[in-house]
Design a protein around this ligand. Structure first.
Ligand SMILES: Nc1ncnc2c1ncn2[C@@H]1O[C@H](COP(=O)(O)OP(=O)(O)O)[C@@H](O)[C@H]1O
Ligand SMILES: [Mg+2]
Length: 317
């Protein structure tokens, strides 16, 4: 049963596109999930996993096939209006008013959502500051780079005091600096008590931002937990990397002979993924360091990406 204290409650949700046709797609397959208030949950999965479909159903944009979904206790279909008042979302597609300045984009959005003039000014200033858009505030959106447009779009939803926020691939297309600013601002908003469900295929982003992680593949939830628990699933996985002064053919050959789950060579850096249950990372590091003069080395534990690949049973693309 959905409870008031749950920000999001999804039970056995199914979505079938083109039902009965030869091109029928089961985009969501008995998907269930509960999100507590004030948590940031990351929905991770490969392209086509069903992430956008889920977000569209939760935000009342798409009818479900069966099952149920509640936002702040409201049924997404029977109480769609109440749900819409409780949420804000950033879709995968861009939506900024190209011919308005950045601040007028915020002004228009605030007006659309019924904010008073003083609220619009105050919150507009707040998001401009939080998302680092001071220098761009009087520029027209059309003159901004794609990454900045996206930042304006993400910032916009934080004008509204909606308790639940959905972000679909919010940082896609952003350069690293843009991404950094956006991630920091989103994290700050979460600390103000908002519930955020975000989708991403960027595991490092999820790792940094999320309290809990849900892996989705082919419309099914395949794993769920807090970051610590999820990473513990791959606790035996260790990455050992060494950067050589010069990566000679001899070193390359020797590296090929070291047993590893995965082996990557980029420029003069060698990265081996080791299962510490079967091989000692320190012994592997010692072997690598003995192969020739080095500039740097690193040994680190599993990343979300390692867990993801392990769970999906895939190698890195
Ligand atoms: N409007 C649609 N009509 C038919 N199939 C769709 C439609 N939208 C998405 N799909 C299919 O549903 C599956 C899930 O898509 P989507 O929810 O966009 O995944 P994700 O956001 O994780 O990449 C994919 O197989 C996709 O091709
Ligand atoms: Mg998508």
């Amino acid at each position: 049963m959905p409870q008031r204290e749950h920000a999001i409650h999804i039970s056995d949700l199914v979505k079938v596109y083109n039902s009965g046709g030869t091109d029928e797609v089961r985009a969501l397959d008995d998907f269930s999930l509960t999100v507590e208030r004030g948590h940031i949950t990351g929905l991770l999965g490969p392209n086509g996993a069903g992430k956008s479909t889920l977000l569209k159903i939760l935000t009342t944009l798409l009818p479900k096939t069966s099952g149920s979904a509640h936002i702040m206790g409201f049924d997404v279909e029977k109480q769609a209006l109440d749900v819409r008042r409780s949420i804000c979302l950033v879709l995968q597609q861009n939506a900024v008013e190209q011919y308005l300045t950045v601040e007028d984009n915020f002004e228009t959005f605030g007006r659309f959502h019924g904010l008073s003039k003083s609220e619009r000014r105050e919150r507009g200033d707040r998001v401009i500051h939080a998302f680092g858009l001071e220098a761009e505030r009087r520029q027209k959106a059309i003159d901004l780079s794609g990454g900045y447009k996206r930042r304006v779009q993400v910032a916009k939803v934080f004008m509204i005091d909606a308790p639940v926020i959905f972000l679909d691939e919010a940082t896609t297309g952003m350069d690293p600096i843009n991404k950094r600013a956006t991630i920091d601002a989103v994290a700050e908003e979460a600390r103000r008590g908002r519930t955020i469900l975000l989708t991403t295929h960027l595991l490092d982003e999820a790792e940094e931002l999320c309290d809990s992680i849900v892996f989705i593949d082919k419309g099914r939830k395949i794993l769920e937990g807090d970051l610590f628990t999820i990473k513990a699933l791959a606790r035996n996985i260790v990455d050992v990397s060494v950067t050589y002064e010069t990566l000679t053919p001899d070193i390359r050959d020797a590296v090929e002979r070291i047993p590893a789950r995965k082996r990557e060579v980029q420029h003069s850096t060698v990265l081996l993924t080791i299962d510490s249950a079967t091989a000692s990372p320190h012994a592997v590091l010692g072997t690598l360091l003995d192969l020739g003069p080095t500039l740097a080395f690193e040994v680190r534990g599993a990343t979300l990406e390692d867990v993801f690949m392990q769970v999906l049973g895939k190698e890195k693309p």
